[in-house]
Design a protein around this ligand. Structure first.
Ligand code: SAM
Length: 372
């Protein structure tokens, strides 16, 4: 397996509609049988937690299935109490901040995919957010012309349902969204009703790590910028694979830290310090790398595993969010939405710093569950 994820060929404004694959590199593919998650999790993979959710509360590690290590021995999961604290923080964070985000940015709570670095207006940002969805679908080979359009979709970490409604409309599919935030679920339902999509999309408060769905239900499993919140990446990926239908596609678009070099045991202290500050502001557990995700998917014998670093295509996003926060409307809304949101706003420059230093990577990882 070789990762060649960084260099995507630039897409022109129009090309992204028509080119078969705009960027991204084939990472790996596996054609072995799908391994049930309960078995696969014993193979041991990644990722832990930090900051307020850090080491004192780690669960057991190793190959027991209740938590495990990656190659370099980092821990993968936190215990139930810490997970509960984290999830309460996430729910409150989005309960408080989703209204202001929607007011200024609309119903997509994720980065845009940009074709140019500067002079981007707010409407360009909205276009870029839609482009992010389209590019992600295309990267996973789910183009408009695909013979096998998804009929059932789960939107894992759905926000106020921007992706759910878009995908349901695009494919004429049924889509179920889950979020930890009751405010988001309610607003997502309101918007679906207002847009005449109430029979196509539904939303509930539920945990991505224990999804309320039977095995093998969804043709498309979609996680747009929610993976970074997951305190147990193994369980997260296991759940994505479990609910995917045979032959179904899994798309994870998420924040990662840079891949470690073969000689590195961990990130450098100053890198960890920067990520820790971001974690505190945005209710994130410990980060993992794109390579870590790929290994997890491989451990589940998923097929057509692909990954890419799209950091360069999202560069205008955070400067624009900061600019919008510094308007009169932004400042007054921030003041009304409380301390958690204000703290999130103060952390925005840290995201820019992380990207500039090559520490933060905007990653897409996709794969397919074997057909049988
Ligand atoms: C940055 S928002 C992204 C929202 C949406 N995907 C979008 O692109 O508009 C992160 C979302 O992940 C959700 N989330 C975080 N942890 C979760 C969990 N354990 N289970 C379900 N949703 C979770 C949050 O509630 C929030 O809706």
């Amino acid at each position: 397996m070789e990762m060649t994820g960084s260099g995507l060929p630039p897409c022109s404004r129009w090309e992204y509609r028509t080119r078969p694959l705009c960027g991204g590199a084939l990472l790996s593919s596996a054609s072995t049988r799908f391994t049930p998650p309960s078995i696969a999790s014993k193979s041991g993979a990644l990722i832990g937690c930090r900051g307020r959710f850090s080491s004192p509360v780690f669960t057991s590690i190793g190959t027991s299935g209740s938590g495990s290590r990656c190659r370099r021995g980092r821990r993968m999961s936190i215990n139930a109490a810490a997970t509960g604290t984290l999830q309460k923080g996430i729910a409150e964070f989005y309960d408080n901040s989703s209204g202001i985000w929607e007011d200024i940015w609309g119903d997509h709570m994720h980065h845009g995919f940009y074709e140019q670095e500067s002079d981007v207006s707010l409407s360009d940002h909205r276009t870029a957010q839609i482009r992010m969805i389209e590019e992600s679908l295309r990267f996973a080979s789910l183009s408009d012309y695909s013979l096998k359009k998804p009929r059932s979709i789960v939107d894992v970490g759905c926000g106020i349902g921007g992706s759910s409604r878009y995908l349901a409309r695009k494919y004429g599919a049924k889509c179920q969204g889950i979020t930890l935030s009751p405010v988001q679920a309610r607003r997502a339902r309101e918007l679906a009703t207002a847009q005449g999509l109430a029979d196509k999309v539904s939303f509930q408060v539920a945990d991505a790590l224990n999804q309320p769905f039977p095995d093998g239900q969804f043709d498309l499993v979609w996680s747009m910028e929610s993976g970074e919140h997951m305190p147990d990446k193994t369980k997260f990926v296991n759940e994505l694979a479990r609910v995917a239908a045979p032959g179904g596609t899994i798309i994870i678009v998420t924040w990662c830290h840079r891949d470690l070099s073969p000689s590195e045991e961990s990130l450098r202290p100053e890198e960890k310090a920067l990520l820790n500050k971001i974690c505190d502001a945005y209710y994130l557990p410990e980060w993992c790398s794109t390579a870590d995700y790929v290994k997890l998917l491989q451990s589940l014998s998923l097929e057509d595993i692909k990954a890419a670093d799209w950091s360069q295509y999202v560069a205008p996003f955070w400067p624009a969010v900061i600019k919008s926060a510094l308007t009169w409307k932004g400042i007054t809304s921030l003041l009304r939405s409380g301390w958690k949101t204000i703290r999130g706003a103060f952390a925005m420059p840290l995201m820019i710093e992380g990207y500039k230093k090559g520490l933060i990577k905007f990653a897409i990882i996709t794969c397919r569950k074997p057909a049988s």
